[in-house]
Each structure stands twice: as C-alpha cells, then as structure tokens.
Design a protein around this ligand. Structure first.
Ligand code: 13P
Length: 446
C-alpha cells in the first residue's frame, strides 16, 4: 500500500496524467492500474498532499485526450490492427473482447469501458477502426472521461475526509477497488464460451505438468487382440499412457476411458514425402486418437535409427500436435567409463537443436532410459536417475532455452520400486516396459 502512495508521490501530477493518458488509448497502456491510482491520489488530496481540483482537471483532460488519440490511431490503422501478431504489449484477445463488448453495448461502450481495465484501452481504438461518427464519439468520450476521471479521485477524497483514521483501512479499500474494477472484465470474459475453453485448456496444461505420468510401453506384446483388450482395460487409469503395438491401437482406443493413447514409433516423413511402404504417418496416428509417440527408443536406435532420423521424427510429431516421448540414455560401457552425461547431452543436442521448438516446447517429454537398465531387472538407482534428470533439465534450460519439459525415468521400473523414483519432484513420471504387461500392480500407486 505504502508503495502505491510513494509511487504517486514520486511520479507527481505529471506522472498521473501520463499514466491516465496512456491507459486511455495507447495500446501498451492496458495493464496500468488506473482505478486504484486515481482513487489513492484522491485520498492523498484529502490528506492535504495534493490539490483535488488540479488532480481532477488534469485527469479528465488526460483521459479525454488519451481516448481521442486511441480513436485517431484506430481510424488510421483500421482493420490492419487485427492482423498484427501478439507481442508483450499487444494481445489480439483484448481486441476481440473489446469488439464483443461493442457488439453488446453499442456506443455506450465508450463510457462503460472506462471502468473496465484492459477493455478501457482498446475501446477507443476500435471506435476508430469502426469509423464511429466523430460527434457521438467525442460526446461519449467526454462523458466517460468526466465520470471516471473525476469520479474516482472524488471517491478517494470523499472517503479520506469522511472516515476517521481512514489510512488504516486504505489497503483493503484499494484492494476492493481493484477487485471491483477487474470484476466486470472478468465476468465479460467468462461469459464467452471461447474464453472459458481457453482458460480450461490452460488450467489443464498446468495440471498435466504436475501430475506424474505412467507410460506403459507394451513393446511387441501381446500376440492377440483379446489379450490386448484385456490389458488395455486393466491399464485404463488416470495419468496412464497406454502404448500398444500399432495393430492394436484402433481397438484399444475404444476401450480407454481414463488413460491416454500412445504409439511406439512414427515415420520421419509425412505423406507428401513419397511412397513409404511399411511406414505409419503422424497424421494417421492423430486420426486414431493417439496423443503421445515414443521417439528414439534405444531398441530402435539399435536397429539403426540415427540422431538425424530421430530429429525428423520429433519435428513431424510436434508439427502434428502430438506429444513426443523422446528417449535418451547411455549404454553400460559408456556409464562404466563415466561418459553418461556426454552421451545424453549429445543425443539431446543433435536431436533438439535443429528443431523449431519455440511454441511447442511445453509439449515435449524426455525419457531418461539408460540402456543397461532396460529389461534387465537392474534399475538405475533413483539417486543416479535423479542426478541425470536434473542434468537433462539443466541442459534444456541453459543451452537450449527450453523450460518446463517433463522428464521421465525408464528402465526396470516395477510396482515395488516406482515410488522410489516418483518421490522426487524433478522426476515427472516413468516409462515402463516389461511390468506394463501386469498393470494391476500399479493400481493406486500414482
Ligand atoms: P523395462 O521396463 O522392461 O526395463 O523397459 C523399459 C523401456 O524400455 C520402456 O520404454
């Protein structure tokens, strides 16, 4: 609280008027705290620290001018503004919300928007884009400017004068003002289904990150569809990703209600890449309801997959909005001579550095699977796995600037040892091979 008071005292009248001006119609001003600023300035005036009339006159003029500049800007740039890319200071969403606001309230939006942070800044710009009649624009602008620019400082002034020891309650009052001023914008945003869906997806993404993943790689098992369906039924729990052989994917997808579906491999090319006998494309997987794809498994590397091919597959998977589970890990010989970090770093660099990861990096999953621990019953110690997973996260962060990637451990994980891995917050889940054929043991573990 003291901060906003000392902020106002530091910036003084000129600073306040400038904030009001920018917030009223200059694109990057949408996040300024106009309401609480004006209310608190009014309060300061009640304590004799500012002159209320200078404050009100300056605020109203700055508000009306700011809105006029926004209008002129909208008039000049016109519909081009809708084609602008999102940036730190410009979000098309804000523009769209404001547009819906106009559709709902017509010209009155100019006045109402005054009291809605975010919408406030874009309303005059859209009035210009829509070539609103200048005379009605300017009259609504002045009415809005007077109501807002004088109303808020006067409210602070009035409260400061009428409540004894008001400075004690100033913090809750300002918080209430911020809450009330944001409320209409929030209600407006939540009233649109599209916005609600966006918020839901965002929350889901965050939840997905926190939940530990249990990925069941069936490898080349089982031999019959009946067995596969039974297995799928028994593996169908939340947080699980069931990864059957290709031939069972379609039928397994009809069984799963909670678990998500994965594939063990994918072609590095799409159908435009030419004739590809025996290959399965990412698009085909998407159409079957697959969400995850294992890429670069050591068993496929041993069959001749190169880092280059793995990189192509990763790109293909990401381009099709699938989530890759990208496997890395050293051999026994490499660990014996202390080369595990070098090997894993090379695998990550050669596969990821040429990818266009930027927008999609939060979809990537890496599985640290030391080759010597796979199918041997000889798992990597949870502490060593933790060390490697921290190392992997560090490389992603520091050299590739990729954050928030989930990293799993794989290699002889079973119901008895799984908790030893998952107790570490850095280990985001496990990739299970052999033990995935007896999923019952994992019930209630995660
Ligand atoms: P195991 O769990 O059988 O060691 O296999 C691990 C694995 O390769 C998962 O992809």
């Amino acid at each position: 609280m003291l901060d906003i008071i000392s902020f106002i005292q530091t910036i003084g009248y000129v600073g306040i008027f400038l904030v009001v001006f920018v917030e009223s119609g200059v694109i990057f001003g949408f996040f300024f705290p106009g309401d609480s600023l004006l209310f608190t300035a009014g309060f300061l005036a009640s304590q004799g620290l500012m002159n209320i009339w200078v404050l009100i006159c300056g605020t109203v003029v700055a508000a009306v001018l700011g809105v006029s500049v926004g209008y002129a800007f909208g008039l000049k740039v016109g519909p081009m503004i809708f084609k602008k890319e999102d940036s730190l200071f410009f979000h098309k969403d804000n523009l769209e919300h404001t547009k819906h606001f106009y559709d709902k309230y017509g010209k009155k939006a100019i006045i109402l928007a005054r009291f809605m942070p975010g919408v406030r800044t874009f309303a005059p710009i859209l009035a210009g884009v829509g070539k609103m009649d200048y005379r009605s624009f300017i009259s609504y602008n002045i009415i809005g400017g007077l109501l807002w620019g004088a109303g808020l400082p006067l409210a602070g002034y009035y409260l400061g004068n009428s409540i004894p020891n008001v400075d004690k309650y100033l913090l809750p009052i300002v918080l209430l003002i911020i809450f009330l001023s944001v409320l209409p914008t929030v209600v407006h945003i939540l009233s649109e289904k599209q916005s609600r869906d966006k918020i839901r997806n965002f929350a889901k993404q965050i939840m997905d990150k926190r939940v530990k993943l249990l990925a069941f790689n069936w490898k080349m098992n089982p031999e019959t569809l009946d067995e596969a369906l039974k297995l799928a039924k028994n593996s169908d729990f939340k947080n699980a990703v069931v990864i059957p052989p290709f031939i069972f994917i379609e039928e397994v997808s009809k069984i799963l209600k909670n678990a998500r579906l994965g594939a063990q491999n994918v072609s590095g090319k799409n159908s435009a890449g030419g004739a590809m006998t025996g290959e399965i494309s990412a698009a085909e997987l998407v159409n079957l309801g697959v969400k995850y794809v294992i890429v670069g498994h050591s068993e496929r590397r041993a069959m001749g997959e190169t880092d280059e091919l793995i990189s192509q597959k990763l790109q293909n998977v990401l381009d099709n909005n699938l989530i890759p589970i990208f496997c890395v890990g050293e051999s026994y010989g490499e660990r014996k001579v202390g080369k595990e970090k070098d090997v894993v770093e090379r695998q990550i660099h050669s596969a990821l550095s040429i990818l266009k990861l930027s927008a999609k990096n939060n979809q990537l999953i890496i599985a640290y699977e030391p080759v010597w621990a796979i199918g041997t019953g000889n798992n990597c110690s949870p502490e060593d796995a933790l060390k490697m997973i921290k190392f992997i996260k560090n490389i992603l962060n520091s050299t590739l600037s990729i954050s928030n990637v989930r990293v799993l451990y794989g290699g002889s994980v079973n119901p008895q040892n799984i908790k030893d891995f998952l107790k570490y917050k850095e280990i985001d889940g496990v990739l299970v091979g052999g033990a995935s054929l007896k999923p019952e043991g994992f019930y209630d573990i995660i």
